[in-house]
Design a protein. Structure first.
Length: 363
């Protein structure tokens, strides 16, 4: 049996060959028509007024914290069950990440724990749509509004997800997306920021173009210092192709999720809970393993059976660096860190083979 991979990007060279040849012929590899078109399409799809494209979700998060003026001595509340980039960008600016524990059901930030940890030093809150699941983000936004604290949605995994009819990208004050190979839209590497605020959008556009705005004589007018975190033209083409069919992709992934759930619930696996009025893009299909079985042992057993799997994601407060620095490991996130498994999920997947491999591994 050929190895079943964890993820397969929803794009082929045939999808982009003609457009790539056009770009190579034109020589315009940056700031081209596809970059501008992709930016507009991301804004339109998410329902945000503005979108800017970046090199990754990590640079997007970092730039958003710079926009908000986060600095040494500040605190930023972050969801504890995530990839380390969520906290690393806070640490890099000299601020302190305050780890907020997550629900054992949705894997997302718990509102009551957030409120307990908000202080006069809290400069921002970073909600994470764990594995693409936005359940609870609207409630977190209401808390942030009440305390007058900006909310950044780390929606690295959540393009195509929504809560109460609003897509990720139009709920928080600032939203950051990833176009990494494991995401529903993959451009190799890449990211985006969405916002509704005119002044923030103008700041982002200027900062991400070396600080330039308009012309000064025959050259650019550099009114600020800035950065080059821009997405190239070829990657924008890849993004546009996948965004155009993302709704179909999300539908198909939810069908696969339902098939898995029907097979695995009886074995003691517990699926990530999706809230009411939530559309989950199923960026990652994650289950809590049965209490009687070791998660790492299951990953190894599936590998022997040619099925690629991996952990859910990380308990940030339990990583070597943050545990040594702050010693504040969060209990729910820590439990999820050791008991969740990510299973393959993509078009054409033989779910029955994977579930049969799991049953065999548990015997």
């Amino acid at each position: 049996m050929e190895q079943i991979r964890l993820m397969k990007p929803d794009i082929s060279f045939a999808d982009v060959e003609s457009d790539f040849r056009h770009v190579f012929g034109s020589g315009i590899f940056t700031r081209g028509e596809n970059v501008e078109a992709f930016r507009r399409e991301v804004a339109a799809y998410t329902g945000a007024r503005y979108a800017v494209l970046t090199t990754s979700a990590t640079t997007a998060l970092w730039v958003c914290l710079r926009l908000l003026g986060v600095k040494h001595g500040d605190e930023v509340a972050v969801a504890d069950f995530s990839f380390p980039a969520t906290a690393n960008v806070v640490e890099d600016l000299g601020a302190k990440p305050i780890f907020v524990d997550v629900s054992l059901d949705t894997f997302n930030m718990m509102p009551d724990d957030l409120e307990r940890k908000i202080s006069r030093r809290t400069k921002a809150v970073i909600f994470v749509d764990a594995l693409g699941n936005p359940s609870g983000v609207t409630e977190i936004k209401a808390i942030c509004d009440r305390y007058r604290i900006p909310l950044i949605d780390d929606a690295a995994c959540a393009m195509g997800s929504s809560e109460n009819g609003r897509r990720c990208g139009s709920i928080a004050d600032l939203t950051c997306f990833s176009f990494h190979p494991r995401k529903l839209i993959s451009t190799g590497e890449g990211g985006a920021i969405t916002t509704d605020r005119d002044d923030w959008a103008e700041w982002l556009e200027t900062k991400l173009f070396h600080g330039a705005k308009g012309l000064k004589g025959m050259g650019l007018d550099f009114i600020e210092y800035g950065y080059n975190f821009r997405l190239p033209e070829l990657q924008a083409i890849m993004g546009r192709k996948q965004l155009a069919r993302i709704e179909q992709n999300v539908d198909e992934r939810n069908i696969i999720r339902a098939e898995y759930t029907g097979c695995l619930n009886s074995l003691g696996f517990v699926s990530q809970r999706i809230g009411k009025n939530v559309r989950h893009n199923v960026q990652s299909l994650v289950f809590r393993v049965p209490e009687s079985y070791e998660r790492d042992r299951l990953i190894g057993a599936l590998k022997i059976r040619n099925v690629e799997s991996t952990i859910g994601t990380y308990c940030l407060s339990a990583t070597t660096y943050y545990k040594r620095r702050y010693n504040c490991e969060q209990p729910n996130s820590s439990l999820l860190n050791s008991t969740t498994i990510t299973l393959p999920c993509y078009r054409g997947l033989n779910v029955q083979y994977v579930t049969s491999a799991i049953k065999s591994a548990l015997e």
